[in-house]
Every structure is written in structure tokens, then in C-alpha cells.
Design a protein around this ligand. Structure first.
Ligand code: SF4
Ligand code: SF4
Ligand code: FES
Length: 308
């Protein structure tokens, strides 16, 4: 305190990570602390603009004295903590998580980051056997807890289902969904506060859905596309991209990305215009912008069609 003005004092916490003594601001998670030291840890459900939900367990690390591995994205650093981000146990856990996902979910167009981690941990998507035939449409979603019976143990059940195409803005391909909850968070209190989507079912039948599984036009969705922006696997995708992929014309090597300011109102959201063959193919927004934080409204996200 000086001259009656309160001064915020930031305390720091010292801990050891991979035999290195480091100090970070109090309140940092293990993940934040490690990344601030250039130590990377794989994440899936975590995104810096969303509240950690702790669902994927990909970011697990070893903490001395802890019986189980701990999720680095949400566990805060404590004084004197001794952390190992790489060890045989950690690598086995991450590989297992990724193999369980890859055996049941179509990860073929997952984000570059996720693909990098899958390659690093030498993920074998057939570890649990070849993929089983899809269950009849709707069957998995009507199962109750404990009703899921795996095939005969020689094949891996999948979450396959047809792509939901029910509007001109974006499609939902839940055979690519890893249930990371990012879209639910973005549609809820972390950004949009619309609550159009949530989790339905339990166990292997768990899935992202609108209320009563109605189509998007019938739901509370306002087409902000913030769920699409945070999806790491391509389960949620611009209709423009989906159509181009179907026609085999989607080609990121021919695309440019131009950062600009949204012209629709005075908020000043930043846009990243993705262009291919002289057409805008989609619009994203940078996570590091203090106004936007990757989120937009329907005008900024999808209001580009008139340009063509
Ligand atoms: S587009 Fe926006 S409102 Fe619609 S489901 Fe996604 S986040 Fe929710
Ligand atoms: S649709 Fe995408 S963002 Fe939503 S839970 Fe599935 S993978 Fe995550
Ligand atoms: S990234 Fe930490 S639990 Fe998913």
C-alpha cells in the first residue's frame, strides 16, 4: 500500500519439473507453468479460451507422492511440487487414451496438433481389433448405462453415424467426435450463453446433441459457429468446407489466410479470411485477440457469402 493506493502483489511459486527448478506466478496450472518454460504437453479438451473440463485425460503428468497421474490442464502448481511430464508411465497413458479414441472415432482429419501427438506416441488405431460394423442408426443413442455390449471382443466398436446436414452454415459429423466438450463450453457460459447443445446418453452411448435431438434450425442455435471454431477433430465443419471435401476440391496448400477487422459493427472483432481459388471458403478468428478470443457472431462467421 502506498499513498492510499492498493498495489497488487503477484506471489510466485517454486516447483521442480523434469529436474528443473522453476518459479511461476501463483495460480498457474502445471500446464501453464510448463508451457511458460517451453515444455509442451499434449491436450485435447483444453483450450486457453475455455474453462478446463478435464474430460480427455491426455495431459496427464506424474506428481511425486500422488498415487495417480494428474491432469496438468487443471491442477494448480503447489510449492515444492515435483513433476515429470515425460516418463514411461505418462507415455503409456497418453498412448492408451489416443488409441481408445482412434479405435472408435474417425480421426483422419484431426487438427495438426492432435495428429502430431498421435504420430509421436505411435498410435495404433487397430490395437483393439479391426473396426466393427456401425450399429444401426439411432441404436447407440437409445442405450442405457451398462447396456453397451462390445462386439465379440475381436473388433472395436465405433461411434459411426451419418453426417448431419440440416442447414447451410455448418455440418455435424459426430463419427469424428471425441467428446471433448469444447463445443458445449463455447455454446454455454464460456462464450455464447445459448446452450443449444449438450451431452446426451451415458457411457459408450454418450453423444453431443441438441435438445430432444431436434435439427439445428429447430434448436436454440443462433449460428455463431463458435462450436465449429473450437472443435479439434473436424466433427463440426463449415458447410463450404464439407462440400469442397466431398468434391475433392478442398486444398489448404492453395489457401491464403488474411487477418482483418469485421466490418459489420463497432466491436472490432478480428477475422481470418480463408481464401481458395479467389473465393472465401471459411472465416475463423484468432484466439489471441483480446476482443474476440476466437469467438464471433453469425455475421462475422458466416456473412461472407455476399462477397462471391
Ligand atoms: S453455432 Fe453457436 S449457438 Fe449454435 S450450437 Fe454452435 S455455439 Fe451454439
Ligand atoms: S463436436 Fe468437436 S468440439 Fe464438440 S465434443 Fe465433439 S470433438 Fe469436441
Ligand atoms: S487436456 Fe487436460 S484433461 Fe483434457
Amino acid at each position: 500500500m502506498s499513498d492510499g493506493v492498493a498495489v497488487a502483489i503477484k506471489r510466485s511459486v517454486s516447483f521442480t519439473v523434469n529436474d528443473l527448478e522453476v518459479s511461476v506466478p501463483e495460480g498457474f496450472t502445471i500446464l501453464q507453468a510448463c508451457r511458460s518454460q517451453g515444455i509442451d504437453i499434449p491436450t485435447l479438451c483444453y483450450l486457453e479460451v475455455l474453462t478446463p473440463v478435464n474430460t480427455c485425460r491426455l495431459c496427464m503428468v506424474e506428481v511425486q507422492g500422488s498415487r495417480t497421474l494428474v491432469p496438468s490442464c487443471s491442477r494448480k502448481v503447489e510449492p515444492g511440487m515435483i513433476v515429470r511430464t515425460e516418463s514411461e508411465r505418462v507415455a503409456a497413458s497418453r498412448k492408451m487414451v489416443l488409441e481408445l479414441l482412434a479405435s472408435s472415432v474417425d480421426m483422419s482429419i484431426a487438427s495438426d496438433e492432435l495428429t502430431h501427438w498421435m504420430n509421436l506416441y505411435q498410435v495404433d488405431k487397430e490395437r483393439f481389433g479391426p473396426l466393427a460394423e456401425p450399429t444401426p442408426l439411432g441404436e447407440r443413442h437409445t442405450q442405457h448405462s451398462g447396456q453397451h455390449i462390445g462386439d465379440d471382443g475381436t473388433r472395436a466398436a465405433t461411434v459411426y453415424k451419418p453426417v448431419k446436414v440440416d442447414n447451410e452454415q455448418y455440418v455435424r459429423d459426430y463419427s469424428r467426435c471425441v467428446l471433448c466438450y469444447r463445443c458445449v463450453e463455447a455454446c454455454g457460459t464460456d462464450a455464447q450463453n445459448t446452450f443449444a447443445i449438450s451431452l446426451g446418453g451415458r457411457g459408450f452411448a454418450a453423444h453431443i446433441t441438441t435438445e430432444f435431438d431436434v435439427t439445428l434450425p429447430e434448436s436454440a442455435c443462433v449460428y455463431c459457429g463458435n462450436c465449429v471454431a473450437v472443435c479439434p477433430t473436424g466433427a463440426l465443419m463449415f458447410k463450404s468446407e464439407h462440400d469442397m471435401r466431398l468434391n475433392s476440391t478442398w486444398d489448404t496448400s492453395k489457401q491464403t489466410v488474411t487477418r482483418t477487422v469485421c466490418p459489420y459493427c463497432g466491436v472490432g472483432c478480428n477475422l481470418e479470411i480463408h481464401e481458395q481459388d479467389n473465393r472465401i471458403v471459411k472465416v475463423t478468428s484468432p484466439l489471441d485477440h483480446d476482443v474476440t478470443k476466437g469467438m464471433l457472431c453469425v455475421k462475422g462467421r458466416f456473412g461472407f457469402e455476399f462477397v462471391q
